[in-house]
Design a protein around this ligand. Structure first.
Ligand SMILES: Nc1ncnc2c1ncn2[C@@H]1O[C@H](COP(=O)(O)OP(=O)(O)OP(=O)(O)O)[C@@H](O)[C@H]1O
Ligand SMILES: [Mg+2]
Length: 250
């Protein structure tokens, strides 16, 4: 199978700090990949490079088999890669439908927003990803939703943009167990539709539960690529990290 995205020997330096050190990885269609590593390991730098926020100093970015040049955020969007950053993404005073369509509204030829169509589409997407409560629909204000449900709205927006790869940066860090489970349900539904997810997290138990595979970063280097046959429990994954991750600032 051809990966939908691939990084080959990507290096990114900030002054004297090597945030990414010849890192290589790929994500296949329909898989959930967990990206883990200590503080400062390079996780955020890796995803920001992948979505074109940072330009790598070296290495290749390959999208659906083609090496790309002058990679930037616009091209990443066009390649159907969407990132859900914690908190920053949503406007709580506005409704779910408003937040999903923000900046990409469906419009009539004279510019008026197709209100009914948008509501219909938003309801379809939120049901598809796993909003089950009758109390929540496209018109509900995002401010009334729980933390996990807000992540769901951000994921719904990525689905509306027809993302092939959704990158979730620490989506469960601030959430309770039940809310985390909601986010997992959303992610599993996204995966069931053949979309891919890159899941970044500090909590190994969370990352373990939701991921098919794991990539461990340490001081900018990919030090392990494991799948669930290699590590059968979160404890085993933690042990691998304890035994091999050096951590600390470089
Ligand atoms: N814009 C920047 N300018 C300078 N140094 C940076 C910048 N972004 C990251 N770094 C440095 O690069 C290294 C990797 O940082 P990065 O934020 O990618 O780590 P991380 O794995 O996301 O950490 P965390 O788990 O704390 O979010 C760190 O040493 C960090 O201080
Ligand atoms: Mg980070």
């Amino acid at each position: 199978m051809e990966p939908i995205i691939e990084l080959k020997n990507v290096t990114k330096k900030f002054g004297g700090i090597t945030a990414l050190d010849s890192a290589s990885l790929h994500v296949d269609k329909g898989e959930v990949v967990g990206l883990i590593g200590d503080n400062g390991a390079g996780k955020s730098t890796l995803i920001k490079t992948l979505v074109g926020v940072y330009k790598p100093d070296n290495g290749e970015i390959i999208i659906k088999g083609k090496k790309v040049n002058n990679w930037n955020t616009k091209k990443a969007r066009e390649a159907k890669i969407e990132t859900v950053f914690q908190d920053r993404a949503l406007t709580p005073q506005q409704s779910i439908v408003w937040n999903i369509f923000m900046g990409k509204e469906l419009r009539h030829p004279f510019g008026f927003i197709k209100v009914k169509e948008q509501i219909k589409e938003a309801n379809k997407i939120i049901r598809e990803i796993g909003f089950t409560s009758n109390l929540i629909d496209a018109n509900s204000p995002v401010g009334n939703l729980s933390g996990g449900e807000r992540q769901g709205v951000a994921i719904a927006r990525a689905i509306y943009n027809d993302a092939d790869l959704i990158i979730l940066d620490e989506p469960t860090t601030a959430l309770s167990l039940i809310e985390t489970q909601k986010v997992f349900d959303f992610v599993n539904n996204v995966k069931a539709k053949g979309r891919s997810v890159l899941f970044i997290g500090h909590n190994i138990f969370h990352v373990f539960d939701i991921s098919d595979r794991f990539i461990i970063l340490d001081r900018g280097q990919v030090i392990h690529k494991l799948d669930k046959n290699d590590v059968k429990t979160p404890e085993e994954l933690i042990k691998v990290m304890k035994d091999t991750v050096i951590g600390g600032k470089n």
